[in-house]
Design a protein around this ligand. Sequence first.
Ligand SMILES: C[S@@+](CC[C@H](N)C(=O)[O-])C[C@H]1O[C@@H](n2cnc3c(N)ncnc32)[C@H](O)[C@@H]1O
Length: 408
Amino acid sequence: MIFTVQQRSDYTFKANRSFGRHGWLRLTPAYGVKLVENLLSSVDTEAIILDPFSGTATTGLVAAERGNQAFAFDINPFLIWLGNAKYRNCPEDCLLNIREKVWQALQEYKSQVDRDNWTPQIFNIERWWSSYTLKILASLRTALVKQFGEPEENDEYSIVWIAFSRLIIETSSAAFNHISMSFNELVTHHKIEYIEKLFLDILALILGSSEKTIAGNAKALKVDTRNIVSLDNIKINKVITSPPYPNRISYIRELRPYMYWTKFINEAKEAGELDWLAVGGTWGIATSRLNSWTMVEEALPEKIFSTVKNIKMSDGKNSELLAIYVLKYFHDMHLHLSSIRSILENGAELHYIVGNSTFYGNMVDTAALLSDSISVLGYSNIRSEIVRKRNCNKALYEYCVSASWSEG
Ligand SMILES: C[S@@+](CC[C@H](N)C(=O)[O-])C[C@H]1O[C@@H](n2cnc3c(N)ncnc32)[C@H](O)[C@@H]1O
């Protein structure tokens, strides 16, 4: 019997665009709402859910929407802010207030387009926006700041800044034809009427989906998930997550425009520093620092070392550096799988969506290597199944690695 694994776009970020709050901002490596719904389908609403690599908050939001309590960890402050904005219930008077203030801002910004408004220090900014589009965006931003203040954590006005973030990406020359972002050849000159209408359309969409009340509750927290200390005595029943894959895709790269415009980063070196803290980080200094990186945990499963050795021995241009990259990835995931045990309830179940990758022809079997770590760390009932095919040409798949945790 021939068994074909499908690409299943319903399990990716693509399907999320039509699911209310899930569709507010894109992050290409986000997984699909449906995948999380399936994993939660037989879980009762008393269960406490955790996503230790939260990204755009898919798990927390699905869990809260069905009435569960959920926690979400991420290292990126912008994603924490975004997650908490998605989880927040907005009372009717807040939505009304936002509409009035936006109307006020729209009365003012047109006359301020030629002023010296603040613009972010994005490298080669003219590659993203034409100088005229940039002036309009900067003027609109200034008028919005006057009404709502700068974007802040725990702010009921965050949804306005999410609408603005989406506006900047939709008026930019960023192209998403591939898993990593690139640029269109030409930068489009947008008319002011077009930009204003686009902003209002995006805002209407976001305010519309904010009207639906979320039954449960979720909280996004800034936690380095390699070093989970405690969760105020709360114990987790179910973990559903997708950590970064060992494929050198940088989240910072795609999030940069949003993070600059919302002032979560102000200069390039902050992006590199943040990526260095991320598992599998590979942006700027995150790569150059690999050469001086040392392990804090050496008792890793043997298969990790043999995979790394094969990459190192291959004759690729950067084989030595990328061997360290892969070693650090599995080392950091091992630290994570070790430290998360302290917040798991007896009998907790874990589901990790991960992808394999290749380095100079050497297959890195992420699911098998993480399963080995999971086994060494004392989890039980470990299994792995293919969820979908990731790419038409290469043998790249997504797997769901599952396990249970029992104390003692
Ligand atoms: C594949 S994305 C998660 C996507 C998510 N499932 C979604 O639907 O949007 C992985 C996330 O892990 C986060 N991350 C990487 N290293 C981390 C660390 N050390 N601690 C906490 N979060 C981390 C990244 O910032 C990124 O948002």
